[in-house]
Ligand binder design. Sequence first.
Ligand code: WTA
Length: 631
Amino acid sequence: MEKNIATFEEYKKEYDKSVTNPEVFWEEKARNFIWRRKWDNILSWDFTKAEIKWFEGGKLNITENCLDRHLEKIGNQTAIKWIANNPSEKSKSISYKELHLEVCKFSNVLKNNGAKKGDRICIYMPMVPELAIAVLACARIGAIHSVVFAGFSAKSLSDRINDASCTILITADGSFRGEKVIPLKNISDEAMDSTPSVKRCIVLERTKSKINMQKIRDVWWHNEMKKADEDCSIEMMNSEDPLFILYTSGSTGKPKGIQHSIAGYMIYTEFSFRNVFQYSEGDIYWCTADIGWITGHSYILYGPLLSGATTMMFEGVPSYPDSGRFWKIIEDNNVNIFYTAPTAIRALEAKGMEFVKPYDLSSLKVLGTVGEPINEDAWHWYNKEIGNRNAPIVDTWWQTETGGIMISNLAGVTPGKPTFATLPLPGIQPCLVDEQGNEIKGNSVKGRLCIKYPWPAMARSIYGNHERFKNTYFNAFKNKYFTGDGCLRDENGMYRITGRVDDVLIVSGHNLGTAEIESAIDQHKNVCETAIVGYPHPIKGNGIYAYVICHKKPKNKDALRIEINELLTKEVGPIAKADKILFVSCLPKTRSGKIMRRILRKIAEGETENLGDTSTLLDPAIVEEIKKLVQ
Ligand code: WTA
């Protein structure tokens, strides 16, 4: 294994090298892996056609690099440590040897059920080790996995299956989440009513729920495993063959099947995992994401396994059986590196310190955050109460499309700064552009965040729709990948992501980031979380509508409104004063924790009937509650 970048000086040196000679830089990284045939060409690219190819001519299999190559040295080390939803159920430790064996067996199960190289296989499963096994088995036989988060509805599942014409669906009888049992097979059945491409459904027994098994189409995981051979050689894959498809929502209703390819993704997830988290041998690493999202793909599975790490997998939710669950798991397992989302941090902060205090969190060396801008208050709470001011926080900015972490401090090696993702990883060349696409040079500037040079883990296409891929990411600004995020670069060249550009509000001709306003309001000591949306305003163009969750129910709402506006005036400027402030107990969020602003925007506009699709909401009842408040 290559050594991690260990000092700020070294980072600067590596960064310079990666920019002056990217191909040499990445070729060195590529040499750390097992290849069955060496590449002919390191990189070819043309952003105008949205064509990017890394290590063409190379042949490899990512699972040989995740599993086989570790067997001799660390075969008995735990690869996956799994924690069940219910604290009384025993956790499981699966060594690299065991994981290798299970993956080989399940690869044969897939083959026995008709799977071939290049087939698309949909995985709709709970957070259990078999999910990891299914993903890796697809990769081993060269099938393209499409994991669909197990909180999605039958409609979302069938849309995704149909978009990629998946031939096999792997699911479970059910899934435990907190106190609930989610009937995954029933949902799958409903989905499969309209997915003609699915020829086989492999069902894992998890909850022992009563389900229907359709003859011929449906088979049990455990029966198939009993019949399966233990040996399965790797399928020889080309560097640029697709590894997986993962759906992400776009500006239109139809989700985009973001497609990643094998070699570049492998090299980049390993490199970024080790360096950002400063992983060292023996560390216990826990990322709380679900494998149904990109964070789970890159930083529960591929990055850690490629690095030979012990990666934890948690089936449950942070609030079950109580809001101390995360902290208990950290204590019980001596977790060294902990990676979670700001939304979880804020929710747990709001529950109070009595859920944190009982636990010994001294094993923590590194904390991470991902998914949205982290507000100042949550950052400090995380730093002080969880990290004991002793564990650097890495604020990692990246996207489903980028495949891996793009802008982040390297834990304890490069400087951190609250609410800043800070500096780009080696190999990443960010730039800020104005609305016309002119690059904004220098420091203390704001703009739209683009990347001007390819990196190995970048998405290669949208499945079945390369035109949409090109239009969404490469047409907005010539010769640049456009991220869709707004960003500022401070006086020291550090980057702070201010939120999606599509969430920017133009108020009286001024650009205001909703995230910026939110984090200002969040600084109020009685404010837990805020969501800002715009609504049509006769004079300003857009008015600012704030949905605010308080820690304690405000005694005098108008007094609190005045205080919030004073704070906004102070933090952002008088222009950022909220026109309307509504105190709510919850915000409508998707299952990945993103606030569904589209709905809040409609309510702010006075629309309470046609709110559009609310099926991806974690709890649709919240919408009803908010509607009542405005009536
Ligand atoms: C946002 C998640 C600020 C951003 C890995 C991005 C962030 C979108 C951060 C991608 C961060 C992610 N700071 N914003 N550290 N990380 N984002 O595809 O707007 O689910 O474009 O990937 O999340 O979300 P996605």
